[in-house]
Design a protein around this ligand. Structure first.
Ligand code: FE2
Length: 234
């Protein structure tokens, strides 16, 4: 079998550089040597794949054992495509986030904000035949971090995606429209190109909104290519 057509490389400025001085910890972990360019052969474009029979989908973060979490319920959904607009089917979408108070359900998070016994903050879904996904959650809260004085992260949801193959692996963060913290956030601004950066901001969507129940936010993602969604960091 011949190798498939390769993905186009990202446009300059559309992905965060390895070292983002404003985002302090990148200096501690970015590679010091030039990266090795791996060709997109059949291996990189077709494996690994993840099976929902083995990795059980869980699309509702708004409750635990039938008990509702505190905060504003939301629906997040969108479509995952490649750079040519083709739907990406069977993409495993992993999601994690802080609770409504801005605290993660994790022992290392010691932020002085309450935990919620009915919110664990993780989900896993798979895209359908049209590349669509959706899940229910609680709108996360902002939280402080120690990157610089009085630093606060804009509210965000973390995404980890496994697409058609390892070349489509992506880890990123979805933001919310109108958040005043966005303009101050070094992680958001690590992507130099404004248009690329704006692709990380979800859009309020009345069609996704369920009457008398929850607001909907749309977040489409593009895996690989010139229009690719930016990684959260290099
Ligand atoms: Fe976070």
């Amino acid at each position: 079998m011949s190798d498939p057509v390769t993905y186009r490389r990202a446009a300059p400025g559309s992905q965060p550089p390895l070292d983002s001085p404003g985002y302090g910890s990148t200096a501690k972990r970015h590679p010091k040597h030039a990266l090795v360019r791996v060709p997109h052969t059949l291996t990189e474009t077709s494996a690994p794949r993840f099976d929902p029979a083995r990795y059980k989908p869980q699309a509702d973060m708004s409750q635990v054992n039938g008990k509702g979490a505190l905060g504003e319920r939301i629906i997040v959904g969108g479509r995952i495509t490649d750079e040519d607009g083709r739907p990406q089917r069977g993409v495993m979408v992993e999601v994690w986030q802080a609770n409504a108070s801005g605290r993660y359900h994790h022992p290392r998070d010691q932020h002085d904000a309450p935990l919620d016994p009915n919110f664990e903050g993780r989900a896993r879904i798979f895209t359908d035949e049209d590349g669509r996904y959706s899940f229910v959650s609680i709108k996360p809260g902002a939280y402080p971090w120690r990157n610089h004085w009085n630093a606060w992260r804009p509210i965000h949801i973390h995404f980890g995606l496994h697409g058609a193959g390892f070349a489509q692996r992506m880890i990123t963060q979805m933001y919310f429209p109108g958040d005043p913290l966005l303009e101050l956030d070094p992680i958001f601004h690590a992507t130099p190109d404004k248009a690329a950066r704006e692709r990380l901001v979800s859009k309020f969507d009345l069609d996704l909104t369920k009457p008398e129940w929850a607001l909907g936010y749309r977040f489409d993602m593009v895996l690989r290519g010139r229009e690719a969604t930016p990684f959260e960091k290099a």
